[in-house]
Design a protein around this ligand. Sequence first.
Ligand code: UDP
Length: 315
Amino acid sequence: MRHLISGVAGFIGSHLCDRLLADGNDVVGLDNFITGSAKNLEHLEAHPRFRFQQCDVAARFDVEGRFDGVWHLASLASPKHYLAHPIETLESGSTATRNMLEIARRDGARFLITSTSECYGDPLEHPQVETYWGNVNPVGLRSCYDESKRYAEAMTMAYHRTHGVRANIARIFNTYGPRMALDDGRVVPAFVDQALRGEPLTIFGEGSQTRSFCYVSDMVEGLVRLANSDERYPVNLGNPVELTILEFAERIRDLMGNNLPLVYHPLPSDDPRKRRPDISKAKRVLGWEPKVPLSQGLKETIAYFKGVVAAPAAR
Ligand code: UDP
């Protein structure tokens, strides 16, 4: 099969690409490098079934040939990045989603979009189940991301209903692992980077907000299973083990073998107070649940970041 992935140089995009290639597929990957990194694709430079094309999928672009699978992962997924590039973020959910859907419609391809737990906003139901409509501030700082993904879900459903596109919507919860950028601002790389430098871990707010962290290999498995399913409505993919940010900081301190101090910063606006996926639907429909415990996933992630820091001109 021939697949098209937008955001292929990103964290999850590059892992998904590796998986599709390992399964014997051909992959054409697109990225504009606004947050993706060429380093995430270096190992594929001479791969006979991989081709890279640098382009902005929110602009007009042509890509050669026809596809069996279209995966729209291009997105500014870190709050640091989407707050810095709100318009591009809105475009990746709107114009870019439509452009990728058009390719799927034209080719009769399967389509999958990586949506987000941010669709639930600062949730009033806990844990979050797919049928919950969310509690999103439509004009707050995070709205560029949340509303862009909600629009993307609506556009995807419209292409399915109007044009019969075989589409899947994955609502991804916090995911971590190798190939995240050390400076991307999200809590996993931020704490590991701080620990490696011997600096205090930055806790936003009181650290009582919760998150649930899914290792990237589990996430890719979930995405592939979802794309092979007949489910047309959104499916949560994430790890249901929930921690406060303070508890997460403790895990990092335990693993990194030092007694790093904590420093408290103000909580960013509209930062969700709690988040945990209800994954009953993924279990039922996909036979999927995460396998990698946080301790193991963090060990692999820390080892990766140590390698990045040790490499020449890493920072
Ligand atoms: N966070 C933190 N310190 C940091 C970075 C993030 O306390 O240096 C908190 C952040 O406020 C949020 C949680 O960790 O409550 C997860 O943040 P992240 O940016 O990783 O993802 P989010 O779930 O907010 O999209």
